[in-house]
Ligand binder design. Structure first.
Ligand code: SAH
Length: 221
């Protein structure tokens, strides 16, 4: 690969990624498939050039339009929660494509990822990055993730990467039986929640405190 994102080899090399993955293991991420995917997806490609040197730190970093790429630990944790008990050929929905990094990690671990982003120019950049990396099993659209993607439902998993004040009902409807939904819930105080649909019941668990940008209604062109 060439281009500005790939300069400064020292800080963006596979060795740096190995150290990040080691740290994730120390932080309690156990799913080896998730660790392996994060070893291979070049995170520095997804952050703005000015931050490429910091791509593998355990930090959330700014991307365009006042949004942030989640810290590696959160990406790993949410992916691990989503994948637990999910079939190998899962079809998953992501709400909040952002820079596309979480999308690429999910794509490495599932059959197909559909991802919705409300800010059109952000989505286009993610599209270009994913294409450059030859990630082919993703479908992206600009839309309001509150509504989910009805035509493509049901989903084995739904991952929301922006905080919702409360659980969006449309997303629950679009889960398959046994399907898992992972999302940050709350406004100022947010908690990572996992829901699982079992027939007519919805199981839920609250995990750690998190800090995400808000899930906003409507789209920005
Ligand atoms: N997974 C992303 C995280 C980006 S931050 C990454 O790895 O970069 C959350 C993203 O959710 C932002 O890009 C924001 O624009 C988007 N978002 C917020 N509300 C949304 C909605 N209702 N529908 C779709 N995307 C939304």
């Amino acid at each position: 690969m060439s281009g500005p994102h790939h300069q400064g080899i020292g800080m963006t090399s596979p060795r740096t990624r190995e150290r990040m993955v080691q740290r994730l293991g120390d932080q309690g991420i156990r799913n080896l498939r998730v660790l392996d995917a994060m070893l291979h997806v070049p995170r520095h490609v997804f952050v703005d050039e000015a931050f490429a040197q910091r791509a593998y730190e355990d930090a959330a970093l700014p991307i365009a339009f006042n949004q942030t790429i989640s810290q590696p630990y959160i990406v790993a944790r949410m992916t691990e929660l989503l994948l637990a008990g999910m079939p190998d050929n899962a079809k998953v929905l992501e709400i909040g494509t952002g820079c596309g990094y979480q999308t690429a990690v999910l794509a490495a671990l599932t059959r197909h990822v559909l991802s919705i982003e409300r800010i059109a120019p952000l989505l286009e950049r993610a599209r270009q990055r994913l294409r450059a990396l030859e990630v082919v099993n993703v479908t992206l659209k600009c839309g309001d993730g509150y509504l989910g993607w009805e035509l493509e439902a049901p989903f084995d998993g739904i991952l929301v990467t922006a905080a919702a004040p409360k659980l969006p009902e449309a997303l629950v409807k679009q889960l398959s039986d046994g399907g898992v939904l992972v999302l940050p819930e709350g406004q100022r105080q947010q908690v990572l929640k996992v829901y699982q649909k079992r027939g007519d019941t919805l199981l839920q668990a609250s995990l750690e405190a998190v800090s995400f940008v808000p899930l906003l209604p409507g789209v920005e062109r």
